[in-house]
Design a protein around this ligand. Structure first.
Ligand code: HEM
Length: 153
């Protein structure tokens, strides 16, 4: 079977099992970033870097389509982008709390679980990458915290 056909079958299976479609992803992504943009911890990090939200939201829909539906629509390097950001465990906790709340509001329980499991795994690997970029090797289950001056500690 050709690679593209195999991928289509995998995607169809996920859609059947979870009810997640590109429409569901679009609603989730837009709902989530509306919350992010009014959040006191996260909004400043985004607003300092994103002036035009339309391309970012389109990119995030492609990302979640790749992650949740295995469509291969996203071709990017999230680790490189996040390693430069002034973020730590507090940002990741807040990000996940808002993401989970949005998924529960807008998706069926099985779809919400599908998204949230993946978000947690990716957040944890991004947090590890951010720490590594600051010269900190996190142990299993360890979190990355910067001190008040922005240095690690
Ligand atoms: C600590 C919380 C987070 C903050 C503050 C944050 C912030 C940002 C910002 C500012 C950008 C734009 C970067 C740029 O274009 O220069 C970005 C891009 C992105 N973020 Fe996050 N992020 C966070 C967590 C996450 C998590 C947990 C995921 C995935 C589950 C994620 C996935 C992405 C992706 C896919 C992009 C697009 C990268 C690209 O341009 O290809 N982010 N994020």
């Amino acid at each position: 079977m050709a690679e593209a056909e195999r991928r289509e079958q995998i995607t169809a299976g996920i859609i059947e099992r979870t009810g997640i479609t590109e429409d569901v992803i679009e609603r989730l992504v837009h709902g989530f970033y509306a919350k992010v943009r009014s959040d006191p911890i996260l909004a400043p990090v985004f607003e300092a870097r994103i002036s035009d939200w339309a391309p970012h939201l389109a990119q995030m829909c492609a990302f979640w389509s790749s992650v949740a539906l295995m469509t291969g629509r996203y071709h990017g390097t999230p680790m490189v982008k996040h390693m430069k950001l002034p973020i730590d465990a507090a940002h990741f906790d807040r990000w996940l709390a808002l993401f989970e709340a949005t998924a529960q509001e807008l998706c069926s329980p099985v779809a919400a679980t599908h998204f949230v499991e993946r978000a947690r795994r990716i957040a944890s690997s991004l947090e590890m990458g951010v720490a590594t970029g600051q010269g900190v090797m996190l142990g299993v289950g360890e979190r990355f915290r910067r001190n008040a001056s922005g240095a690690t500690g």
